[in-house]
Ligand binder design. Structure first.
Ligand code: FAD
Length: 419
């Protein structure tokens, strides 16, 4: 338990760090966020903006085969760049052992309740804090061109129903009635009504501002080089510029870069960066259909999200290490794939092209909890494909844990020492 006059230093100003800062500061804790660039400049900047509650992990039966096949195929939605990286090989081995039906069911039993809670929190946050972030609770559609993939989606929908969600299955024609831009090639769809949409960057920036109103200090342009440990206990952080910032508790929320800090402390964290891309296009030019709601291209795993007057095409899962190199064929694949599913797609320049690194843990679940064997260190990272979705609930439960001094039951499966 941490009393309100003890200082909490949060490393990372992405959606996770900022949500933690908001809920802690709102309850009177003394919080400083240290961000090496600007708030929301990591994966939280350009993601697909979909709040997708209840959805499962990337670990699934069949994924390993997909990863192996992708070794020679740059255009595969899941792509492992061929190279020798012992850390990645170890991670893939651990990942493969968790690609079972039993594990998927375990993850859904954890992520299902977190998803219900996070939907309520988004509603409340946007309402109470008047967040100007384009929030809409309108659900999203997963559309499919093949019967086999549609059957798989129906099975996943049935799994979600068992966890209190209400996915709706639609035939191709019914889907086209909802969204006219969906082409005749689509044979069916699943609608997830609980889902929502935000502009993810605006959400993080707005919430950071409200965290500041509640007393949080946000320092940008300062990279944390290491966590300082004195007498077996964390005493703060040291920046790359050589400044020391004292703290009674350090919370690591540095996304895909968290292992850089945990490695120095000898804390095992099976986390790999998984690169994703976005391309934003302007429907005003006539090159892109004006979508009403978010459509996800099932077989290609590309989200097409209407956002602030443009459409964001976002997706792909690329394991190529900690780098922000844009591989053009993969980027272009986002809109090439959309041409297969949507009418009215033409070649055109993009308003924005971007890539970011998702922090992915080998068992598909985040880590949220105290670091084992080191007093004063807390981790909140590894949210993979669901960091935006799980941001508010992670922040709230982290504040409960730190301020009330006991682990909320929802966080038991996310312990750091489970590996
Ligand atoms: C293409 C794409 C689409 C996605 N779509 C969705 C979606 O629709 N819905 C969803 O829920 N999730 C989605 N995600 C996943 C989501 O974006 C991530 O899970 C989430 O942004 C992770 O948040 P984070 O705060 O952990 O990391 P980040 O947003 O990466 O933030 C970490 C921050 O820490 C800072 N930092 C790192 N190291 C240091 C240091 N040493 N010192 C100081 N600061 C440091 C970084 O600069 C960064 O700002 C998507 C991701 C991608 C790439």
């Amino acid at each position: 338990m941490i009393s309100n006059n003890r200082r909490i230093v949060i490393v990372g100003g992405g959606v996770i760090g900022i949500c933690c800062a908001y809920y802690l500061a709102k309850r009177g804790a003394a919080v400083t966020v240290v961000e090496r660039e600007e708030v929301g400049s990591g994966a939280s900047f350009g993601n697909a903006g979909t709040i997708a509650p209840g959805h499962g992990p990337i670990n699934k039966p069949g994924r390993v085969l997909q990863a192996v096949r992708s070794l020679g195929d740059q255009l595969s939605p899941l792509y492992v760049a061929p190279r020798w990286d012992p850390g990645l090989v170890r991670w893939l081995w651990q990942f493969s052992r968790k690609c079972t039906e039993d594990h998927v069911e375990h993850c859904l039993s954890v992520l299902g309740p977190l998803g219900h809670a996070t939907c309520e929190l988004f509603e409340r946050l946007v309402d109470e804090e008047s967040l100007d972030c384009g929030y809409r609770q309108a659900g999203y559609y997963e559309v499919f061109r093949t019967r086999a993939a549609l059957d798989g989606a129906h099975r996943e929908a049935a799994q979600l129903r068992a966890h209190g969600y209400r996915p709706e299955t639609l035939a191709g024609a019914a889907m086209r009635e909802r969204e006219v831009a969906v082409s005749e090639t689509v044979v069916g769809a699943v609608y997830y009504p609980e889902a929502g949409t935000v502009n993810p960057h605006r959400f993080v920036c707005e919430l950071a501002q409200r965290a500041g109103n509640h007393g949080a200090t946000i320092v940008t342009g300062a990279e944390v080089a290491e966590v300082v440990v004195a007498d077996g206990k964390v005493s703060g952080v040291l920046t790359a510029a050589g400044d020391e910032l004292a703290g009674d508790l350090v919370l690591l929320a540095a996304g895909a870069y968290t292992p850089r800090l945990t490695r120095k402390l000898g804390i095992p964290l099976p986390l790999q960066p998984a690169k994703g891309y976005h391309r934003d296009r302007d429907p005003e030019t006539g090159s892109t259909p004006r979508l009403r709601d978010t459509v996800m291209l099932g077989e290609k795993s590309v989200f097409c999200t209407p956002m602030d007057g443009f459409v964001r095409f976002a997706g792909t899962l690329e394991f190529s290490g900690e780098n922000l190199t844009i591989r053009r064929p993969r980027l272009e694949q986002l809109t090439n794939a959309a041409q297969l599913y949507l009418d009215g797609m033409a070649d055109d320049s993009a308003l924005s092209e971007w890539c970011g690194l998702r922090p992915c843990i080998s068992d598909g679940l985040p880590v949220v909890g105290p670091a084992p064997g080191l007093d004063g260190l807390f981790l909140a990272t590894g949210h993979g494909m669901l960091g935006l979705t799980l941001g508010p609930v992670t922040g709230l439960l982290t504040a409960d844990y730190l301020l009330e001094g006991r682990r909320p039951t929802e966080l038991s499966a996310l312990r750091v020492d489970r590996f």
